[in-house]
Design a protein around this ligand. Structure first.
Ligand SMILES: [Zn+2]
Length: 170
């Protein structure tokens, strides 16, 4: 059974029932991975405080019937909101190291402008996906496109129930 150890930032936690926590981690060595805490109640409750979103931790995981997180030890917290962490969970590709993004998150300074650029969406010359105008500083997470302020506002209100979220990339 292959075992891995890496530094990781917890992006999202999706509780499944009482036992199986499902976690989205951004790791230094492997990029984004999704895994479950092992389904033993004792171990899960021991790990839970080390796997809160926004926590930086050293994690140990194994590949056995999917990715199982078997140990975690928190070392720090990153200064991003839960919404920002969830946005990263959507945008970071799976299983691909992103060392520039890791440095930004682990050591700062973090900005969405730089983070989006490093992930392949450079806001510098972005144009609004609705009108083609410049000053397209709002990045839609589900659509993965930039919008100007009026069109970001229009999309946000139309799709509010779907929790469409925008990042202001400045
Ligand atoms: Zn526009």
């Amino acid at each position: 059974m292959e075992e891995y150890i890496t530094d990781a930032i917890v992006l999202r936690k999706d509780p499944r029932g009482d036992l199986d926590g499902r976690y989205t981690l951004f790791t230094r060595r492997f990029g984004k991975i999704a895994g479950r805490a092992t389904s033993s109640r004792k171990i899960t409750s021991k790990l839970a405080p080390h796997l809160e979103p926004g926590t930086m931790a050293k994690v140990r995981f194994v590949e056995a019937k999917g990715t199982q997180i078997v140990d975690a030890l928190k070392s720090a917290r990153v200064a991003l909101s839960l919404g920002e962490l969830a946005a990263l969970a959507e945008l970071v590709p799976e299983g691909m190291p992103e060392s520039a993004l890791w440095e930004m998150l682990a050591h700062g300074p973090f900005s969405w402008r730089a983070a989006l650029a490093t992930l392949g969406w450079d806001p510098m010359h972005a144009r609004c996906a609705a009108c083609g105008g410049g000053h397209a500083e709002y990045f839609s997470i589900p659509r993965q496109e930039f919008y100007c302020r009026p069109h970001a506002a229009a999309h946000a209100s139309k799709a509010a129930r779907n929790a469409v979220s925008f990042i202001h990339a400045v």
